[in-house]
Design a protein around this ligand. Sequence first.
Ligand SMILES: [Zn+2]
Ligand SMILES: [Zn+2]
Length: 341
Amino acid sequence: MLAAVLHGREDLRLTEVDEPTAAEGEVIIKVGAATTCGTDLKVWRRGGHAKMLKPPTMFGHEGAGVIAAIGSGVTGWQVGDRVVANNSAPCGQCFFCERQEFSLCPNLTWNNGTFAEYLKIPAPIVQHNMLHIPVGVPDELAAMTEPLACVLHGVARSNAKSIDRVVVIGDGAIGLMFVAVLAQRCAEVWLFGGNADRLKVGEKLGAQRVWNYHEITDIPSTVKGLTNGWGADIVIEATGVPTVWEAAIASGRPGSTINLFGGCPKETTVTVQTEQLHYSELTLKGVFHNTPLYVREALELISQKSVDWNLLVSDRRPLKDLGQAFDDMLHRRVIKVAMQP
Ligand SMILES: [Zn+2]
Ligand SMILES: [Zn+2]
């Protein structure tokens, strides 16, 4: 079958590989749609990821389709079932899992390889993080369960209240998903990004105000200028750039929560003013990945159709065009591309 294999930094190859077979506890999915993601681009550029993969490896982590084969010992599923599987599952037994802190599980089982005709789902994911796709939800939207689960995890950790004014920094798919979810839960969402088309999508998803950061002096003074000098109640950082983390922290009001969601390159650091952190009682939150609870909530939110998630799918392409899809992502011509093997 045709599959994408990541060999190293900026070295992704479409090659013929053997079709996977289902061992005990495993399931094989015929991929209907696999969505591209900012993390894919980041991993491609950096040639690896601290947690989720090490090249050479099958590539792509958002996907949905139909069960093509079932290994021994798997119950409750049938060939032909439409499913979406998260790209990880916690072990359920370690120090962190015992405390329900599943995203910190050091034994997370990761799965990559959605950019392929068939995808093997490891047993722990079959058990904990594979879900039936409700009728009426297309594969390309179901495939977004994973990133939306990460966002719902991030929203839950942000202490968002209905009265709050939220600033989201970053107009990638993750930033835009934060806008969509927080617009439903908070008084106001303001979005800072670098791309006019994406900012328009942000407005459609519920952002009351948007700014192109190329056109303003800086984000903190823009936010403070509109909030009596105070800053935002909640700030979501969704770029993964250390200087933007600092701008996010500087944009919060006294008592605010700053969600540092975008993962930065290895060994980078940021500077925080001790005085601001202490006397302004800031809460700085690092939030990583998702948990089985949010995977379920994400698919439910997608199936409710209260948000037009189609706005995030800029293009659909056959798998052989993956190189072009990456080029389009690199040049920010698309938000997400649904690859259809
Ligand atoms: Zn993703
Ligand atoms: Zn664990």
